[in-house]
Design a protein around this ligand. Structure first.
Ligand SMILES: Cc1ncc(COP(=O)(O)O)c(C=O)c1O
Length: 467
C-alpha cells in the first residue's frame, strides 16, 4: 500500500469516528504533514484521494473541509419489506452458545456485573428484607409499586417531560416493556418499521407476533435516515415504529435533537406510534443526557421503554414503559401473562432511587465505561488491518466492527467459539442475503492479561481470514 493510501485510510477512520463536523476545516497540508510525519506530497495525495471519495471537499486558497455525509456504514440505501422473519432459533442457539462461564464474554449484551454492583443498593435490600411490608403483593400488582413509579416519573420531569406516576407501568425488564407495547398496538399482519440494523429482540418480537417489517437503512452521519423514513411511511401502511435513537445497539450512535424533532413531526402528521427502546439512556459520556422522543411527543404517540438492566443489573428484571393513556391496555396483558414484577425488589429499588446513590453510581459507571471503551478502541484500531472499520461513539459499551465484505462474521464467531471466546455476529442484528461482515464487541471488561489475550486472538483470526 502506498504511503498516501495508508494516510488516507487512517484519516478516513478519523472522519468516521466523528473527528470533524460537516464543513469544518481540516488541518492544512503543512499541519497534517507535521501531525502525521508524512511528506507534503503524500498528504496532498491522501487529501485528494479522500476528496475523490466524496468525504472531504476543497475551497480554493482556503484548504480542505469535511463533506456533509461521509458514507461509512456501507449499508444499502433502500427501504426493504421483510415479510417472513426467522431469527428466533438463531438467537436462541447463539445465546446458548455463549452462556458458559468459560466463554470470554465479548458477545454478551450486559455490562460486566462488577461495574453494576452498588453497595448502597445491597444495603437497602438488606434493610428492606427485615420488613414484612416489603413483600406485600397487592401494592406491586400492575401498574406496579407507586413509590417506584413516582421516582421514575420524577426522572422524566427532570428532563422536561411532564409525567404522572399513572403514565408508567412497571415491567419485567426492557424486553417485556417492548413486547407489551408491540402487542398493545399491533395485530398479526400489521406493518411495523425497524432500523435495518437493530437489537435482535425487536426482530424476535416481530417474528413472534407475525408482523410485516419494513426496514430503513442507517444514515452514515445522522444515524436515522429521515429521507428513507419518509419514503417508507409514504409507501407502506405503517402502524408502529420501533426505534433506538440513543446509544443504538449494536452500532452505538445517538441521533441529534434536530432529527428527533423532525421525526416527531412526521409521526404526528401521519399518526404513527413509536416504541422507543431506550435501555442505554443513562450510559452517555458527554455531559448532557440525550433527550428521548417522549420529549417531543405532543400527541401521546410515543411508548418510551427502558429498564435498570444496563445500570444496576439485568437480574433485577425491572423495567418500565411510559404508556400514558394506554396504561390499562398494558396492564390487561400483564394480568394474563407475567402478572407483577417481584414486589420486594420493586419496593427496595424505590427506596434506593429516592436517594442520590443512583446518580453517584451512574457517574462512576459512565466514567469507567468511557475509559474501557476508549482502551478497546485504541487497541483495535492499532492492531486490526486498515480494511476494518471500528465505529466509535461516545456512549454505551459496544464497539461495532465492519470487516471487509469477503470475511464472514459467522465464521469468525464459530472460530472464536472454538477458542472459548464469544462475540456477536452481524447476523443477529440484520437480515441479509449477503455474507454478514459485522461484529459487535462488548468492551465493559477490564483489559486484564486474559482479556487482552482474547482480544489479540480475535484480531489474529480476522487477519488470517483477510488473507
Ligand atoms: C437494545 C436493547 N433493548 C432491550 C434489551 C432488554 O433489556 P432488559 O434486560 O431490561 O429486558 C436489551 C438487552 O440486551 C437491549 O440491548
Amino acid at each position: 500500500m502506498y504511503k498516501s493510501e495508508q494516510l488516507a485510510l487512517s484519516l478516513k477512520h478519523l472522519i468516521e469516528s466523528g473527528a470533524w463536523k460537516a464543513n469544518e476545516k481540516l488541518p492544512s497540508l503543512r499541519q497534517q504533514a507535521q501531525i502525521s510525519g508524512f511528506s507534503l506530497i503524500t498528504v496532498m495525495n491522501a487529501y485528494q484521494e479522500l476528496e475523490a471519495q466524496g468525504l472531504i471537499y476543497s475551497k480554493e486558497k482556503l484548504g480542505y473541509f469535511m463533506a456533509e455525509a461521509p458514507n461509512s456504514l456501507e449499508i444499502a440505501k433502500t427501504v426493504i419489506l421483510n415479510e417472513k422473519i426467522e431469527i428466533n432459533s438463531t438467537v436462541f442457539r447463539y445465546l446458548k452458545s455463549i452462556q458458559s462461564e468459560n466463554i470470554v464474554p465479548f458477545g454478551i449484551a450486559f455490562p460486566d456485573s462488577q461495574l453494576l454492583y452498588s453497595t448502597k443498593l445491597m444495603q437497602t435490600l438488606a434493610q428492606r428484607a427485615k420488613h414484612h411490608q416489603s413483600y406485600e403483593q397487592v401494592p406491586s400488582l400492575p401498574p406496579g409499586n407507586l413509590e417506584l413509579r413516582k421516582v421514575i416519573a420524577q426522572r422524566y420531569c427532570m428532563q422536561g417531560i411532564p409525567t404522572d406516576p399513572s403514565d408508567i407501568v412497571i415491567t419485567s425488564g426492557g424486553l417485556d416493556a417492548l413486547n407489551l407495547a408491540l402487542q398493545t398496538l399491533t395485530k398479526p399482519g400489521d406493518y411495523i418499521l425497524l432500523q435495518e440494523t437493530i437489537f435482535y429482540g425487536a426482530w424476535q418480537a416481530a417474528e413472534h407476533l407475525g408482523l410485516r417489517v419494513i426496514t430503513i437503512p442507517e444514515h452514515p452521519k445522522h444515524g436515522l435516515d429521515l429521507e428513507a423514513f419518509k419514503n417508507a411511511i409514504s409507501n407502506y401502511p405503517i402502524k408502529v415504529c420501533l426505534l433506538m435513537l440513543n446509544s443504538h445497539n449494536p452500532i452505538g450512535f445517538t441521533v441529534s435533537d434536530e432529527i428527533k424533532l423532525q421525526l416527531a413531526k412526521l409521526l404526528q402528521e401521519h399518526h404513527i406510534y413509536l416504541i422507543e427502546d431506550d435501555v442505554y439512556e443513562e450510559l452517555y459520556f458527554d455531559h448532557k443526557k440525550p433527550l428521548s422522543m417522549k420529549y417531543f411527543d405532543q400527541q401521546n404517540l410515543v411508548f418510551h421503554c427502558s429498564s435498570f438492566s444496563k445500570t444496576l443489573g439485568a437480574s433485577l428484571r425491572i423495567g418500565w414503559v411510559y404508556a400514558g393513556k394506554f396504561s390499562e391496555n398494558i396492564q390487561h396483558l400483564q394480568f394474563i401473562s407475567t402478572l407483577s414484577v417481584n414486589s420486594f425488589l420493586q419496593n427496595s429499588l424505590a427506596a434506593y432511587l429516592s436517594h442520590r446513590y443512583y446518580e453517584k453510581h451512574l457517574k462512576s459507571l459512565r466514567h469507567t465505561l468511557k475509559r474501557l471503551k476508549n482502551q478497546y478502541y485504541q487497541y483495535l484500531i492499532k492492531n486490526l488491518p486498515d480494511t476494518c472499520i471500528v465505529h466509535y461513539y461516545p456512549s454505551g459499551y459496544f464497539l461495532w466492527l465492519t470487516l471487509p465484505e469477503h470475511i464472514n462474521s459467522n465464521v469468525i464467531y464459530q472460530t472464536m467459539l472454538e477458542q472459548n471466546i464469544g462475540i456477536a455476529s452481524g447476523i443477529l442484528f440484520y437480515r441479509t442475503e449477503k455474507i454478514p461482515h459485522h461484529l459487535r464487541i462488548n468492551c465493559s471488561f477490564e483489559l486484564t492479561e486474559s482479556i487482552k489475550q482474547a482480544l489479540s486472538q480475535l484480531v489474529k483470526s480476522i487477519i488470517n481470514f483477510q488473507r
